[in-house]
Design a protein around this ligand. Structure first.
Ligand code: BDR
Ligand code: CA
Length: 321
């Protein structure tokens, strides 16, 4: 018998190779109760990332979690996508079967509001792993949701340097106005940014461990990692790809795996060179409370054990949630 009640989360994502792995970790870990997968335009257009969520759920046998489509573009800016990293489909690499997991009717923003308001106070955690458009829209549409949310643990930002520009990380760069709303709201925000996620590299030893599981899901993940690995090698000179998004889920599952420091985080919405930068003040120089938690150090072995256990669990058709 488990002693802990599984944590209810909504995964708001833009699959995306690493989003796919976040879905698997959230569905395959017994300490998480995945309430919904909501999609947002980011790595690719909304129809593509939503189809990708369906594809991943189909292969992984995740049939009991609604997939709900959300915003097709940022609040005020034109959409920027990332085919250089994720391919034209947003999830290039594997041969995908026709998805059998449907898209649940309705809009992600309404689903987020409804699920948070229906859950007990402080029960629902939001885990965004794409641009923050859906979350910001939910805050604007139903501000009473803010104090009901337990915490927001997001993949995005960086306190040293960006990836899409020298200053900005992709998820924040795509919709800085939305990120500003999310970081400014009166709730607990944990920023799992590039400084942390670049420690979560899928080395060849990690890929070998996944391949050894020899299940359809493991084979899908290996194919994803091969494509993702070659993108990162070509675009950023990485020897092994950083698997960003599941580290935010890992922080929810076991906070000890992702060490954090308190800081004030401001999102740059106007900079000529710095739009989308997450200006991170660890020392209170700007005079604001250090209310955000900023991820600094990953337990590499602990993270990959968790991830590989989840891949094994969904591969056995044991997608819990
Ligand atoms: C983030 O951008 C996307 O390409 C990934 O899915 C991840 O969420 C990393 O900057
Ligand atoms: Ca993502």
């Amino acid at each position: 018998m488990r002693e802990t009640v599984p944590r209810k989360i909504i995964l708001d994502c833009d699959p995306g190779h690493d989003d796919a792995m976040a879905i698997i970790l959230a569905a395959g870990n017994p300490d998480i109760s995945l309430q919904a997968i909501t999609t947002v335009a980011g790595n690719q257009t909304l129809p593509k990332v939503t189809l990708n969520a369906q594809r991943v759920c189909t292969v992984a046998g995740i049939t009991n979690v609604p997939v709900i489509a959300g915003c097709a573009g940022p609040l005020v800016r034109p959409l920027v996508v990332a085919p250089d990293i994720h391919g034209e489909s947003g999830l290039d690499g594997p041969q995908w079967p026709e998805p059998t997991v449907p898209v649940t009717p309705g809009h992600a923003v309404d689903a987020i509001i409804d699920l948070v308001m229906a859950a007990g106070e402080g029960e629902m955690t939001l885990v965004p792993t794409g641009p923050l458009t859906n979350i910001a829209m939910a805050v604007r549409k139903e501000p009473r949701l803010v104090p009901r949310v337990r915490e927001v643990v997001l993949m995005g930002g960086a306190y040293t340097r960006g990836n899409v520009t020298p200053a900005a990380e992709f998820n924040i760069y795509v919709d800085p106005e939305a990120a500003d709303i999310v970081f400014s709201a009166d709730w607990s925000v944990t920023m799992v940014g590039l400084d942390l996620t670049h420690q979560a590299r899928a080395t060849s030893a990690v890929v070998d461990r996944i391949a050894a599981l020899d299940t359809p899901v493991a084979r899908m993940v290996v194919d994803l990692l091969h494509f993702f690995g070659s993108s990162y090698q070509q675009e950023q000179g990485f020897e092994a790809p950083p698997v960003h998004d599941p580290t935010a889920v890992a922080r929810v599952i076991n906070p000890a795996l992702v060490e954090c420091a308190d800081a004030f985080v401001a999102v740059e919405t106007m900079g000529k060179w710095t739009a989308g930068m997450t200006v991170t003040d660890f020392r209170g120089k700007l005079g604001f409370p250090l209310a955000a938690h900023v991820a600094t150090r990953l337990d590499f072995d602990g993270f990959w054990s968790l991830m590989i256990d989840a891949i094994a669990a969904v591969g056995q058709g044991a997608a819990v949630s």
